[in-house]
Write a new protein. Structure first.
Length: 377
């Protein structure tokens, strides 16, 4: 097995190509991208941030809040909230409760909003409904079970913004710690309400009631006509995760997680056990490679982490497994049976991805015509 000599991506990753000097295409493209974007001219970026903050404040005049910030309980979104508050914004924090929050995440979220004096809206999805949807996704053998959480988070954020007339959603997604391209087949299109509904109806007949699914048409309507914008806020600054953590620990009593996305018990079991066991995917390779390539982590430390299991200890993994079985009402045999079945592509069940690609192309085409006309006149 060949490992990239700059990051920790290896020859098991789909779509990987090594150059003659042993560097992989993933980190090569990533380094090129951040050198043009987040590492480009700090003064210009500071100016851009100032302009952006002024715009958000202006758009929020006369409204109870000027932006929405989705809080997962993780460091990235916690840092968005902290910085936004320091810069004088008036955010409404939104959290999605899908029944899998760890106690640590719950206490981190409560501590943050209390300390910063920010209103928190928690969207609760009925547990029986969410459990039914998860069961349908497991029965469908598709890779991206987290599509459920990610889509619902998008839906809840956009609808709340639209309801309160808020133009800006500030997100913790960022190039600095997550900017490396996701390998093909490792996840699925996140605005795929059709995929969710079809899997739900074909595998168990679950009806969506409290689940705020969002699809392409609603997204286009909210973005283009209601002018709600989703912004990767941390790309406006030199985001360093470790430095952010130290401030959050000191100022807000934040307590750190052993790995990325460990704020949800399901997410950590999914990434630490289901993905590697059923789908042969170890997402740590991507997360750690991004940190190594953006010089936030030593390559040797990343290699050492990959030698260990994706859990602080074997006992922790066993505890999560038991928790998962009990919460999903599964036996060990059911889990073994699920793990042994081959994967099925999301597109088999119907998808909005083709429509999204076509509408994106059409939008770009229209934009080109409009700008060409403006140049002429
Ligand atoms: Zn690499």
């Amino acid at each position: 097995m060949q490992v990239c000599n700059l990051c920790v991506m290896d020859s098991q990753i789909p779509g990987i190509i090594f150059s003659s000097d042993g560097q992989c295409n993933y980190c090569k493209e990533f380094v090129e991208m951040i050198s043009k974007t987040i590492l480009h001219d700090p003064l210009q970026r500071e100016l851009d941030l100032k302009r952006f903050i002024t715009r958000v404040k202006d758009d929020g005049v006369g409204k109870p809040y000027d932006c929405i910030i989705g809080l997962s309980g993780g460091v990235d979104s916690a840092w968005v909230l902290y910085v936004a508050k320091q810069l004088g914004l008036r955010p409404l924090a939104v959290h999605m409760d899908n029944g899998w929050n760890s106690e640590l995440a719950q206490s981190n979220i409560e501590g943050l909003v209390r300390k910063l004096g920010i209103d928190l809206h928690t969207h609760v999805i009925d547990w029986q409904e969410y459990r039914g949807l998860m069961q349908a996704f497991f029965d469908a053998d598709v890779v991206d079970v987290e599509l459920l959480y990610d889509n619902a988070m998008l839906g809840a954020n956009y609808r709340l913004a639209s309801k309160h007339g808020i133009k800006w959603i500030l997100s913790g997604t960022n190039k600095s710690t997550e900017g490396m391209s996701m390998p093909p087949g490792w996840n699925w299109f996140k605005l795929d309400a059709r995929n969710i509904r079809r899997i739900a109806s074909q595998k168990g007949g679950v009806r969506l009631k409290t689940f705020p699914a969002i699809g392409v048409i609603e997204h286009i309507w909210l973005e283009r006509f209601r002018k709600v914008k989703w912004v990767s806020f941390l790309d406006y600054m030199d985001y360093r995760k470790e430095e952010a953590l130290l401030v959050l620990e000191k100022e807000c009593g934040f307590r750190r997680y052993p790995y990325k996305h460990y704020e949800s018990i399901f997410t950590r079991f999914y990434q630490g056990f289901i993905l590697p066991e059923k789908f042969g995917i170890d997402k740590r390779k991507l997360h750690l490679s991004t940190l190594v390539a953006s010089q936030q982590m030593n390559r040797e430390d990343a290699i050492q982490m990959l030698r260990e299991i994706p859990y602080p200890s074997f006992a922790d993994l066993q505890a999560d497994k038991q928790y998962f079985l009990k919460k999903m009402n599964w036996t060990n045999e059911l889990l073994e049976n699920y793990l042994s079945r081959p994967r099925v592509d999301h597109s088999v069940y119907g998808s909005e991805l083709g429509f999204w690609n076509a509408s994106s192309k059409f939008y770009k085409f229209c934009k080109k015509i409009v700008s060409a006309r403006q140049v002429k006149s």
